[in-house]
Design a protein around this ligand. Structure first.
Ligand code: F0G
Length: 441
């Protein structure tokens, strides 16, 4: 693809290559180069896709011989940027299950309602990030970037490392030293990324990386890159497809850097504009109480925002100054959504519950169910609502959190859902005693 001059063209995108539009000033720019903020005003950018025509579910073809045949992202190509097919790096991402289990609604206190979970932990590297990364790394490849990079709390780095390796591109990740889970770090190392551990938190790492990549010599794969959220839109599109385009009342998801919240709003408005759905569900973004600057911003009526020093056991969403704040605000406003904070105890209880019914997820993911429970308790979500909770990461992503919850006492003794292994001598008598206890209690 050729490198165009920087042409700002307010209002129209027809002549642009991979157009992106600034959400602050409305200027449209070419996206045929690394571009992560508006060259005119530094605002956040959205990829522009054509929503003038009507779309029908049948338009999402699984055309044989194309990435759409196997990818749960690229099959939604009519609502994605037109990246040349030969540049696409796909690992059969997406295609994730939408599970139902009546115990989920019981847990949340929704006696006549229904909760399903969209399990993004079933992606190739175990998190939803793969959906965004297939688009970002394909874009990087299309425009000839030499090095792709991200700052991460662990999942983005594992995903970027994998997709870059698949594409044969070198990658670099900036992670907060000692603050991401061992499994995520292991994945990132294994996939061959250059791992740079920063003495600081995620927010510091992202700030450094945004400065480093400002001149476009290194490709920034974080969700401020407008092409990343495009792939993540397909969580919503695939979910709607699985629901036969019947819109649920509420979609709940955890919020950290808020790229996903932004992507969900964009997916829903585009699905609405193209006639795929006739109404919008309400988005509930759930934050960890120690990392909830967006929830505080929401509580102020979006009047007052303050970054914070983040703390939470859910390290994936331990973020104090989310980059996609204003795009996420737009989602909440457009869908009459909510932003709530839940404590680490509430997150770990919901996680132990989800794990305990055989589904499993990492701590951050369980914030979605904990948040729904809270919103039901507050009377915000109706008892008979239909809800989809997005589980963003796999249960194996954070085994330390599992050990801490189940094996260590809290201040009041064992945690309520703790499941402790028992140790026995190697005798049949001892085994039988354990079996007897298991059967008779
Ligand atoms: N859930 C998980 C498992 C995540 O890894 C993240 C973000 C989120 C939720 C929040 O999504 O940032 O779009 O609001 N993880 C990023 C990372 C920050 O670096 O892996 P968000």
């Amino acid at each position: 693809m050729s490198h165009h001059a920087n042409v700002a063209d307010r209002g129209t995108h027809r002549d642009q290559v991979l157009p992106v539009r600034c959400m602050s000033c409305g200027a449209v720019h070419n996206g045929d180069r690394p571009i992560t903020k508006c060259p005119d005003c530094s605002g956040l950018l959205d990829a522009v896709v054509d929503t003038d025509g009507r779309l029908r579910p049948e338009d999402f073809h699984r055309t044989p011989g194309t990435p759409a045949a196997t990818s749960g992202v690229w099959r939604f190509a009519p609502l994605l940027p037109a990246i040349p097919q030969e540049a696409i790096v796909s690992r059969w991402e997406g295609n994730t299950p939408l599970y139902g289990d009546s115990r989920l609604a019981d847990y949340a206190g929704m006696s006549q309602g229904e909760i399903r979970v969209k399990h993004e932990g079933h992606n190739p590297t175990g998190s939803f990030k793969d959906r965004g990364m297939t688009v970002a790394v394909s874009h990087a490849r299309a425009i000839g970037s030499a090095l792709v990079a991200c700052a991460s709390t662990g999942n983005t780095s594992a995903s970027l490392a994998s997709y870059a390796a698949a594409a044969g591109l070198p990658s670099m990740v900036l992670i907060p030293e000692g603050k991401i889970s061992a499994g995520k770090l292991a994945q990132t190392i294994a996939f061959g990324a250059l791992v740079v551990q920063v003495e600081g938190d995620f927010d510091v790492a992202l700030r450094l990386l945004r400065e480093l990549t400002a001149d476009g010599s290194v490709y920034l794969a974080n969700s401020v890159n407008p092409f990343r959220p495009e792939g993540q839109k397909t969580i919503v599109l695939e979910m709607l497809d699985q629901l036969e385009w019947q819109v649920p009342d509420v979609i709940a998801l955890p919020g950290g850097n808020l790229g996903n919240t932004a992507a969900f709003g964009k997916a829903l408005t585009e699905a609405h504009e193209t006639g795929l759905i006739d109404r919008l569900p309400r988005i509930a973004t759930i934050q960890a109480a120690g990392s909830a600057p967006f929830a505080a911003y929401y509580a102020s009526g979006f009047d007052h925002y303050e970054p914070i020093q983040a703390e939470t056991i859910a390290t994936a969403i331990k973020i104090g100054d989310p980059a996609s704040l204003e795009r996420a605000r737009r989602t909440i406003e457009q869908t009459s959504g909510w932003v709530v904070a839940v404590s680490d105890e509430e997150i770990m209880d919901a996680k132990a519950f989800i794990d305990g019914i055989g589904i499993g997820c990492e701590p951050a993911s369980a914030a979605s169910l904990a948040g729904v429970r809270k919103l039901v308790g507050q009377g915000e979500i109706a008892q008979d609502a239909s809800v989809v909770c997005v589980l963003t990461g796999n249960v194996l992503k954070d085994t330390d959190a599992i050990a801490t919850y189940h094996l260590q006492d809290s201040d009041t003794g064992p945690n309520p859902r703790a499941n402790r292994p028992v140790s026995i001598p190697a005798t049949m008598e001892a085994v039988k005693r354990v079996v007897d206890d298991a059967i008779h209690g």
